[in-house]
Design a protein around this ligand. Structure first.
Ligand code: SF4
Length: 361
């Protein structure tokens, strides 16, 4: 829809003579440069929610919303450069689309660059603001325009029709706020400058999910934060890549560590130190040995067995099964009384049954 026109324009036009466009690119590039490299202060996020983050982890959003100090990956120099290059390419593509439409017709691009619209998405009566890249008007209906520079991997996914959940959430919130049905989602491959566009249709289910996500942040407190979106490591034992880039992973996942796997860093739970559980064989060395029964008590056992007519073999089997003892001399002092009770009770039961048997005979 727009990509075809932009490519045609770039092929046919040797030079862009529209000075108003180059002027706008210069102003917006300055803004992007200052945003990444000159402003020491990051924009205050405490008490604020951005619509572009509607699909992100609610725990992460809540950390920012409540002004909780960061303890994780901050944006480093390389990423600032990446973001700056991304901002400039997105600005340029949007303005090229404007020029192409001017030349070939078929619609106009509105609310771009410095004139971006502010849209409001309502969550339980609270308005959350966002700034779409542009609005395409084909003289019949309006469509949202979103332009994203992306990695080769994300671009190939987009070509297959897959769009990241964060972008899908952002597109849908803007569509809902504008009451539009479709978004022209342009992807720009940072590796080879190829562009691809996909039409994203408004999905009420995604809109509803975004509302729930944002509401869970709005009603949270620093003491009661929303559940993390990525609580568990994947099947390979690594945390989501989103957690690695989360400025709060140190708080959310205090037991995680950053490790270099091949050429890339990953986050994974630290290996727990092995707790050595002493085996039952080692225990007795430190444990005081229990007092066994006296020689007098040892002699009393066979007398009791004889008195109650209990076979020694039966008694020894019972002793081993219940106390893991093989000789009478090993019987602990503490168990003597209950063993004597067993001899008496068993002998009584046996004699009762004997009398019954004799009677029934
Ligand atoms: S570390 Fe992961 S799960 Fe925790 S807040 Fe950040 S993104 Fe969410």
């Amino acid at each position: 829809m727009l990509i075809e026109k932009i490519n045609k324009y770039l092929t046919e036009e040797e030079k862009i003579t529209d000075k108003s466009i180059s002027y706008e690119v210069s102003l917006l590039s300055q803004w992007a440069f200052e945003r990444q490299f000159c402003n020491n202060e990051e924009p205050a996020s405490k008490g604020k929610l951005r619509l572009s983050a509607a699909g992100q982890c609610p725990r992460k959003l809540a950390y920012a919303y409540h002004g909780i100090e960061k303890n994780g990956k901050e944006i480093d120099g390389r990423r600032r450069l990446t973001f700056f290059a991304g901002d400039v390419s997105e600005i340029t593509i949007t303005l090229l689309a404007k020029l192409a439409l001017k030349k070939y017709g078929g619609g106009v691009l509105l609310a771009t660059g410095r004139e971006q619209a502010t849209v409001k998405f309502k969550v339980n009566g609270i308005e959350i603001e966002g700034h779409p890249d542009g609005i395409f008007w084909d003289f019949q209906k309006g469509r949202l325009l979103e332009c994203k520079s992306m990695s080769d991997y994300s671009f190939r996914e987009l070509e297959k029709g897959e769009i990241s959940e964060e972008y899908l959430a952002q597109d849908n919130c803007y569509l809902d706020a504008l009451n539009f049905g479709e978004c022209i989602h342009i992807g720009y491959n940072k590796n080879n400058s190829i562009m691809f566009e996909k039409i994203v249709k408004r999905d009420p289910k995604v809109v509803e999910e975004c509302k729930k996500n944002l509401l869970s942040v709005l009603i949270s407190t620093p003491e009661k934060l929303p559940e993390p979106k990525y609580p568990e490591p994947d099947e390979k034992g690594f945390c989501s890549w989103r957690c690695l880039y989360c400025p709060w992973w140190g708080i959310c996942k205090p037991d995680a560590e950053k490790v270099l796997i091949g050429k890339a860093y990953k986050l994974r739970p630290k290996k727990q130190p092995q707790v050595l559980i002493p085996t039952t064989k080692e225990e007795p060395e430190n444990k005081p040995k229990e007092q066994t029964i006296s020689p007098v008590q040892q002699r009393a056992i066979p007398i009791g067995l004889k008195k109650y007519n209990i076979k020694s073999k039966v008694f020894m089997e019972w002793l081993e099964f219940n106390y893991q003892i093989k000789t009478i001399g090993e019987i602990p002092e503490s168990k003597y009384a209950e063993i004597c009770d067993w001899i008496r009770d068993t002998g009584t039961i046996l004699s009762d049954h004997k009398e019954e048997l004799i009677k029934t005979k």
